[in-house]
Ligand binder design. Structure first.
Ligand code: 2P0
Length: 352
């Protein structure tokens, strides 16, 4: 019977780590950023979210939409999740209005089941892969003729950094300037195959949940930091330009310098927030010194550090320098409390 049909679609989405950071919203409701950002998408073999979306007329309407996240029921009533549901449903409803022979999926309750292949407790940002997979799974279920950039517009409303996880390789999120956010979306700067030697080493300093969430941290920075104005008007526009050039020319020393400077600039604005926000700890700072030592010992820049809204370090390097970079970190880690050897990995960028 047609009414018993369960419609289903699955997808995966990868994690991305920014080398020019998103930090600040100009419109919290639409999740519009104060600056553009750029990231490298990591291999799905290592870190990814797998999501299945289903809908059926036989799912009780009284239960509404639901989300099972790593086996646990998760709240879907938040404004951002609701915005994603609404955007996707309205696009499906438009298809159904244009073609009455299509099943009315837009009227059916949705069940979303999502799992990460990495421990959520590892302290790695999972909202980017999570919302990217969430949006793409429903878009696939609804058979929406949407490009990755169009889907990035929707995923952005779930979590800003999620818009960059709709692409593999090297990805920019253009801030846009329209008030309705219709031009604030991601595009691919280069495929992973353009620079396939790129690697990322993730050092999990602490698996604890971060003290100040990104969403509230960036709001406090926008409201109180004077340095932040300098960052969004001068530092980031220049870093975006230099980063795109470094990627186009596969210039690792340039890529590394912009990556490290942008991370430093982001954390400086956090320290300039009132009251100040500190995401890095002493072990994070030891990782910075280790990168400097590695680069000095090799005599050229072979490693670049970057830190998000937490103490964990991501170290970018090229495959040919694995021994110098990873080998040294293993050595350092052996002597340093706080590092977790078992989660130290050399990750490849992905083609998505
Ligand atoms: C980034 N971060 O570009 C920056 C660097 C953290 C530091 O994107 O409020 O979780 O959901 O839009 O995307 C973290 O911010 O924030 C983030 P919301 P999100 O990767």
């Amino acid at each position: 019977m047609a009414s018993d049909t369960v419609y289903r679609a699955s997808t995966t989405a990868p994690v991305n780590i920014a080398v020019v950071k998103y930090w600040g919203k100009r419109d919290a409701k639409l999740n519009l950023p104060t600056n553009s950002s750029l990231s490298v998408t990591l291999s799905q073999a290592d870190l990814r979210t797998l999501t299945t979306a289903s809908c059926s007329a036989r799912y009780p309407a009284s239960e509404g939409d639901s989300l099972l996240l790593n086996g646990e029921p998760s709240d879907v009533s938040g404004a951002r999740t609701q915005a994603c549901f609404r955007e996707l449903r309205s696009r499906r409803a438009a298809l159904e209005a244009a073609d009455p022979s299509l099943p009315k999926l837009s009227t059916m309750p949705l069940r979303i089941v999502s799992e990460n292949n990495f421990p959520t407790a590892a302290g790695l940002a999972s909202s980017a892969a999570g919302f990217a997979a969430f949006v793409r799974a429903i878009a696939n279920l609804y058979e929406l003729p949407a490009s990755p950039s169009e889907l990035s517009l929707i995923a952005r409303q779930g979590s800003g950094s999620a818009c960059r996880s709709l692409f593999g390789g090297y990805v920019a999120w253009r801030m846009g300037d329209k008030a309705d956010g219709s031009d604030s979306m991601a595009d691919q700067v280069a495929e992973a195959s353009h620079w396939p030697e790129m690697r990322a080493l993730i050092l999990v300093v602490s698996a604890a949940k971060k003290g100040v969430s990104s969403t509230s941290g960036m709001q406090q920075t926008v409201a109180t930091s004077g340095l932040f104005q300098e960052r969004i008007t001068k530092v980031v526009p220049k870093n975006m330009e230099l980063m795109e050039k470094a990627i186009a020319e596969k210039d690792f020393p340039a890529f590394a310098e912009v990556t490290m400077r942008d991370s430093n600039s982001f954390h400086a604005t956090c320290a300039d927030t009132y009251p100040p926000i500190f995401y890095m700890n002493d072990v994070s700072k030891a990782a910075i010194r280790a990168v400097e030592t590695i680069n000095a010992n090799v005599g050229r820049t072979v490693a670049a550090y970057t830190f998000d809204a937490g103490p964990n370090a991501v170290i970018y390097y090229l495959e040919k320098d694995t021994e110098a970079v990873v080998g040294t970190f293993y050595h350092v880690i052996g002597d340093t409390d706080g590092w977790k050897k078992d989660v130290l990995k050399g990750l490849k960028p992905t083609m998505s």
